[in-house]
Design a protein around this ligand. Structure first.
Ligand SMILES: [Zn+2]
Length: 290
C-alpha cells in the first residue's frame, strides 16, 4: 500500500471527519468497500446509506423471476424484507449506523404511463425490462432523470446535520443504472467547482488537516468513488469508464479483509449466489479521488 494512501486515511481518522458510504443496493458498500469501512469503524463517525431498498409488486418480468429464483424466493416483498434485515444485522454487528432510503430497485421500476400490451407482457410496464440489455446498459431512462434529483434531495437531508463530510459512492463500473444514479446524485452534493477541480486532493488534505470547514463557514465535502465489485465490463464499457475517471487518482486498499469476509457472510440471500465457493476473492478495493 502506498504511504500517501495511508496518510490520506490517517488524516480522515485524526480529524474525525464523518464518512458516509452511499450504497446503491443492500450489499454494494460491503462488497466494494467493506475492508475500508471495517478499518474506519469505531475511529470516525460512519454511516452507510443505501438508496434502492424496495421492489414493486407482481406481475414480474422474466429477468425478475430469474433473479428471485436464483436467490430462492418467489415473492419480491419477502425477498426485500430479508435483504433489509440482513443489511441491518451486518452494520449493527460492526457497530456502524445505517439508513435505507426506500427507492425502488431498477429491475422493479415501472413506466409512469402504462401500455395496453402491459396486461399481456409485463416487460412493457418496466423502465428496464431486462437485466442484461437495460439494467446494466449504462443508459439511464429519461423518466429516471427526476429520480436522480430526488435521491440528491434525500441524501442532502441525511447529510444536513453532518456539516463537513467525506462521501464514498460507487464509480459505476459495470454500467448498472442504479450505481450511476447514486454516483451522479453524490456528485451533485458537492459544489460544481470542487467536482470539476481535478487537482483538489492536495487542497482537501490541507483542509481536513487544519479544519473540516471552509473559511466561509460552508461545510466542506469531498466525494471518493469506489470501483464496483464484483462487476465486470466489456471493452467498450471499460474504455468509457477509464475516460470518465481520467485524471483522477487511483488508490488501493487491502486492509480489513477478514472483517469484510464476515460482513459479506451476513448477506445470505446474495453472496452465496455471487461466490459459489463461499468466500470472497482477496483482491484490494479500488478508489478514485479527484
Ligand atoms: Zn448494486
Amino acid at each position: 500500500m502506498h504511504n500517501r494512501d495511508n496518510l490520506f486515511l490517517e488524516k480522515i481518522m485524526r480529524r474525525e471527519c464523518p464518512c458516509y458510504f452511499v450504497s446503491p443496493h443492500l450489499d454494494d458498500a460491503a462488497l466494494s468497500a467493506g475492508g475500508l469501512i471495517s478499518c474506519l469503524a469505531g475511529k470516525v463517525k460512519l454511516k452507510i446509506i443505501t438508496v434502492f431498498t424496495k421492489a414493486s409488486a407482481a406481475p414480474y418480468t422474466l429477468s425478475i423471476k430469474k433473479f428471485l429464483n436464483m436467490c430462492g424466493y418467489a415473492d419480491a416483498e419477502k425477498f426485500y424484507c430479508s435483504r433489509t434485515a440482513e443489511d441491518a444485522r451486518a452494520w449493527s454487528g460492526l457497530g456502524v449506523e445505517f439508513a435505507h432510503l426506500g427507492f425502488i430497485d431498477a429491475l422493479w421500476r415501472r413506466k409512469r404511463r402504462q401500455s395496453l400490451f402491459a396486461k399481456f407482457i409485463p416487460e412493457w410496464q418496466y423502465l428496464y425490462p431486462t437485466y442484461r440489455f437495460h439494467v446494466i446498459s449504462g443508459k439511464i431512462a429519461e423518466e429516471d432523470f427526476v429520480l436522480k434529483t430526488n435521491i440528491t434531495k434525500a441524501l442532502e437531508k441525511a447529510l444536513s446535520a453532518a456539516g463537513s463530510a467525506t462521501i464514498f459512492c460507487p464509480a459505476g463500473f459495470g454500467g448498472h443504472v442504479d450505481h450511476i444514479l447514486a454516483r451522479e446524485a453524490c456528485k451533485d452534493l458537492v459544489s460544481q467547482r470542487e467536482a470539476e477541480d481535478k487537482n483538489s486532493e492536495e487542497k482537501f488534505l490541507k483542509v481536513i488537516a487544519v479544519n473540516p470547514s471552509t473559511k466561509t463557514g460552508e461545510p466542506s465535502r469531498k466525494v471518493i468513488f469506489w470501483k464496483d465489485f464484483p462487476y465486470r465490463a466489456g471493452k467498450k464499457e471499460t474504455r468509457r469508464f477509464k475516460d470518465c475517471f481520467k485524471g483522477y487518482k487511483e488508490w488501493r486498499w487491502g486492509g480489513g479483509f477478514g472483517k469484510k469476509q464476515e460482513l459479506a457472510s451476513s448477506y445470505k440471500s446474495q453472496v452465496p449466489q455471487m461466490f459459489p465457493e463461499g468466500r470472497l476473492p482477496e483482491v484490494p478495493e479500488v478508489y478514485y479521488s479527484a
